[in-house]
Design a protein around this ligand. Sequence first.
Ligand code: SPV
Ligand code: MG
Length: 349
Amino acid sequence: DNGYKMNNADRLRELLEKKPLLRIGGAFDSMSAKLVEINKFDAIWAGSFAISAIRALPDASILTMTEFLNVSASIVESCKIPLIADCDTGYGGPSNVSYTVQKFEAAGVAAISIEDKKFPKQNSLLKNGNQELISEKDFVAKILAAKDARINKNFMIIARTEALIAGQGIKEALNRAYAYEKAGADSILIHSKSKSPEEIFEFSKQWEGTVPLTVVPTSYPDVSIKELEKNNIKMVIYANQSLRASYFAINKLLEEKRKTHQKKEENELLGFESTLHDLIDTFLVDVAWEFKDLKSYRQRLGWWKDQLGDIVLEEITPTMIESKITLLKKLGKKPGTINRYLSYLQGAF
Ligand code: SPV
Ligand code: MG
C-alpha cells in the first residue's frame, strides 16, 4: 500500500461498497484486536460487554466514556483494520454524544454504534434485565448531534435499536429504524435475543430503507453467512465470542495447572511451539523494524555485516536463520509470521 495508511473510516466505507457482507470480530484490548486482524476479519468491534468484563464489571454503563475511549485508542494504534466502537447510549444526552463522536473520531475509530436504551443501560442479553428505551424523538436528537459532530462524512454513526430486545415488536423496530435513518444514521443495527434469526429476517424483509443493516448473532449463532447475505444483512458482528473464548481458556488452564502443576497441560493447552512464538513474534516485533520479505532481510543482513564486521554474525549466522525458517515452514507458519520472526531475530542483535 506504498506506506499510505488509509483513513479507517474511508476504508470501512470502501469495504462496505466492495463486499456483500462484512465480518466484524469482537475485541477488548490490543491483543484480541490483533488476533481479529490476523484472522482476516474486515473490521474490529470494541464491545461494551467485553471491555467491562475484562475489568470484572458488568455491562451496565459503569465504565466512563474515557475508559472505553482509551481501549479503542490503543486498538487503533495496534491494528491496521477499521475499528467500530460500541458507545452504548452515547454516555448521556445529545451533548455527551457530540463530545463522544469528536473524541472517537479523533482517536482514529472508523464508526461508532449508539443504542436507544435508557442510561444507565444493561446488557441486551441479560436475563430479566431492564431494557427500557428512550423515546424515538430523544434518540433522533442524539443521532443529529452525532452527525453534526463528525468531521469526515465517512465516519459512520450506527444507530442501534433495542426495540426487539425490549419486546416491542417488529413494527416499533421498523418505525424507529426509519426515523433514525431519516436523522442521518449510516447503518441500522437491529439487535435480537431470539434463539433463531427469524425476527431479524422478518425485519430485514420489511425494511425499505437504504442504509445497510447490521446484526449481532450471539443468541442465534447457527445462522449461516449465506442466510445473512440472502436476507440483506451487510455487517455481522461477532461481539463477545473472543471474550468467552479467552475466559474459558484461561479458566481451563488454571484449573488444570492447579491440579497437576505440570508442564504437560501447558504444552497441550497452550500450543507451546506455535503460541509462544506467535506471541513473541506478533507483539514484540511489530514495534521493531519491519521486514517485508526474506530478500530485504538478506540485504539488511549484508548491510550489518558491512557495518559491524563479523561480530554481529558470530551468534546468529545466515545458515542458522535458514534452518529456523525451514522449521517454521514445516510447522505450517505463514509468511507473515516468518517475517515477524525474522524481525525478532533482528532485535536479538
Ligand atoms: C456488546 O458486545 O457489548 C454488545 C452486544 O453491545 S450485546 O452484548 O449483545 O449487547
Ligand atoms: Mg454493548
